[in-house]
Write a protein that binds this ligand. Structure first.
Ligand code: XMP
Ligand code: MG
Length: 177
């Protein structure tokens, strides 16, 4: 059990399961991007741990950068996405791999995709650790999905509830009351 502020969470995906799946995703990326030099674009804050663990398993030449967007209030998406910290490197003509913690309604990733495409990269692929298919509001192609999960609120391993709960090795799900 994990208590974050006023909410109780129960274990959902443990550390070992996460690490095994992340190694598999990295393996696919190593294969798909062999001979290329992608720019990995981690989406702060939530994807910080996933990005780090993915990177440790990449054997191809790659560069890493981060962007920061915010959209989420408490445990429901507001649908408003603002870019707080943008890219400083030139992405024109580059192969980008966007690394996200979770695609829920999809509003954030659609907006990130739009912002990046405006800078004319050669390609943009999305790698998300978690995906809630039942919550998706706009169709969006996700090249690399760690786990498809039910439409329930999760925390841990980078994911937060009102800023807290990011610093765990496992992922937890909101306890049914
Ligand atoms: P959308 O709805 O735009 O959401 O796809 C994307 C962003 O919202 C955050 N998010 C969550 N954070 N538990 C969290 O801790 C969740 O269940 C959850 N669902 C969405 C997350 O930052 C993601 O990038
Ligand atoms: Mg996020």
């Amino acid at each position: 059990m994990l208590t974050v502020l006023d909410k109780t969470f129960v274990p959902f995906i443990d550390h070992e399961t996460l690490q095994n799946r992340i190694a598999e995703l990295a393996h696919q990326i190593n294969r798909d991007y062999a001979g290329r030099r992608p720019l990995i674009v981690g989406v702060l804050n939530g994807a910080v741990l996933f990005t780090a663990d993915l990177l440790k398993n990449l054997t191809i030449d790659c560069e890493i950068t981060f962007i920061r967007v915010a959209s989420y209030e408490q445990t429901a998406s507001t649908g408003q996405v603002k870019q707080i910290l943008g890219l400083t490197e030139a992405v024109e003509g580059r192969d980008l791999i966007v690394v996200e913690d979770i695609v829920d309604t999809g509003l954030t990733i659609v907006e990130v995709y739009r912002l990046l495409m405006a800078q004319k990269p050669a390609s943009v692929a999305i790698a998300t650790l978690l995906f809630k298919p039942a919550a998706l509001q706009t169709p969006m192609h996700l090249e690399y999905i760690g786990f498809s999960i039910e439409n329930k609120f999760v925390v841990g391993y980078g994911l937060d509830y009102n800023g807290l709960g990011r610093n765990t090795k496992d992922i937890y799900v909101l306890k049914e009351s």
